[in-house]
Design a protein around this ligand. Sequence first.
Ligand SMILES: Cc1cc2nc3c(=O)[nH]c(=O)nc-3n(C[C@H](O)[C@H](O)[C@H](O)COP(=O)(O)OP(=O)(O)OC[C@H]3O[C@@H](n4cnc5c(N)ncnc54)[C@H](O)[C@@H]3O)c2cc1C
Length: 350
Amino acid sequence: MTALQPTKLSGIARPADVGAMLAEICEHFVEHSDVVHADGVATLKSQDWTIHIVTAEDVLQIEISTLGEEALAVTRTMFAEHLFYFAGDEPFSLEWSKPAAKVKPPGFHEATVVGVKDVTPRMRRVTLSVADVSPFLDRNMHVRLLVPPKGQTPVWPHLQENGRIGWPDELLVRIYTIRCVDAEARQISLDILQHPAEGVATPGADFARVAEIGQQVAIMGPGGGGLPDAQDIFFAGDESALPAIARMVEDAPSGVTMRAIIEVEDAGEEQPFGGLSPVHVEWLHRSSYSVGDAHVLVDRVKTALKDVEDETFVWFAGEKADVRTIKRHLAEKARDRRRQYVAWYWEKES
Ligand SMILES: Cc1cc2nc3c(=O)[nH]c(=O)nc-3n(C[C@H](O)[C@H](O)[C@H](O)COP(=O)(O)OP(=O)(O)OC[C@H]3O[C@@H](n4cnc5c(N)ncnc54)[C@H](O)[C@@H]3O)c2cc1C
């Protein structure tokens, strides 16, 4: 096998406020990388990439270093998407020393639906066949699922020169977790929650309900990390986080101690976990809550965190407002942010 060569790419970002954007970049990436930030210069270093950023008057000079061209393309797109997200509605431009070619985005894989079944009454498993399963064998476990309109020739996304992804309007795009991988069969499975609400469309959930064997879709990824590198882990979340928690529990090597607090609709939604290390799960049943019990999961997690050691890795995912509350709570406890993953997986419509 040929060793991957060190590769670099430089870029210039023009945000409305360079200082504010650099601060936001550092604030966000501290949970995904080692961040050193002082005097307008920042270095973000993960296992797969280093991103060096220098403030120069009204621009941010960026240099991305990775091993190999593929990792460089993945990192450029990941970083470009973040920068545009941070810019929001403010004017922003991004140029690279070598513009991205108009090709399919890194990590793009066409896939075919080969199985659909209910895991529990509200959790539907969709199994997809992919030509190359090897990218899905490591710990990274989140993907974008791309569903074209049924009966039409799919139009897939392409990269734009600034590294961002250009999305065709008609494509349904939702993020899910790879619940399990069957390397031999070259298949991956996603567990997709059914969360019906009267008068509200739920396109991702609907896809899982009506998916047909042979249906063409695509996935992009994987990304977003997976099992934390820790000896003791505290997991918590709702059903959107359940596939991720189950996957990590089953990926954990023997000897890791784990506990979890998971909120589901009722006892019928509880799932057994496999794996080498046992996990103690406390299931919360939403259907048993009294009217007005809006914060049961968050309150229970806050109480449980009183007994969680500083060395324990804290993992929490769920609804945006709950995640914000838990983030604030952890910040008040002044925990090391490298020993936590707190991410919102969906947003309640107000
Ligand atoms: C990293 C990551 C991993 C994820 N993994 C999974 C996974 O493995 N399985 C999974 O089912 N979801 C997962 N999610 C969450 C999923 O992407 C969202 O729930 C998504 O919004 C569902 O799309 P939809 O089209 O069904 O509903 P949307 O069109 O997004 O929303 C329609 C309505 O449903 C509400 N809604 C959306 N999601 C939920 C929910 N989970 N519970 C209750 N109401 C909801 C919205 O508030 C809105 O009112 C993940 C999200 C992220 C970011």
